[in-house]
Design a protein around this ligand. Sequence first.
Ligand code: FE2
Ligand code: FE2
Length: 222
Amino acid sequence: MDEAGASVVNPRHYSALDRVCLNLDLLLRAAARTGAMQNRPTPGADLPDPALDGADRRRSAGFMRVNHAGEVCAQALYVGQAVLARDEDTRAALLAAAEEEGDHLFWCEQRLAELEARPSRLDPLWFLGSAAIGAAAALAGDRLSLGFVEETEEQVVRHLDGHLERLAPDDQRSRAIVSAMRADEARHAEEARQRGAAPVPAPLRRVMAWTARLMTTSAYWI
Ligand SMILES: [Fe+2]
Ligand SMILES: [Fe+2]
């Protein structure tokens, strides 16, 4: 502490090996995320949960399985991007968003259990693929990496709007979770814009949309 009582900042210089270990730690924490790491209560937990009829329940389970897989991807993308971000502020912002994606992941997991449904069996594949894509985005530089966040989050907002249109009106708990996630994803896109996101080239936007379609279609069933 200095004379004014403020702590003296002692900037730490990490070796290459330190950085590898810290980054691996980030990835493993994201992969092993549990409810114990939930920061915010589950939206709609106090709402009634009436029994849904067969078709409505299957649709809710399919959508929440897709959303759960999407949150696995979101966490892995953000951590993959943070690991190779060049600017420390950008890295901190990416990790803060990853924390919120962790809440989303837990909310979806909880809702799946309430619906007596399971997560996607392909989750490990989504996680590894997304971490690699996130790292590749970071290699393109922080501004393009933020552009990737902005575009991804905007696509997710449109996807969640589709779920809100099609979820049964009685499934208030799933709707509350999807609405809260939608608000967070829209804010993540806005924050990326404010941090100087560069526009993502149109061909890459199309590849991102096809990849998302492949993931959402398969996670609904598998
Ligand atoms: Fe999310
Ligand atoms: Fe997000």
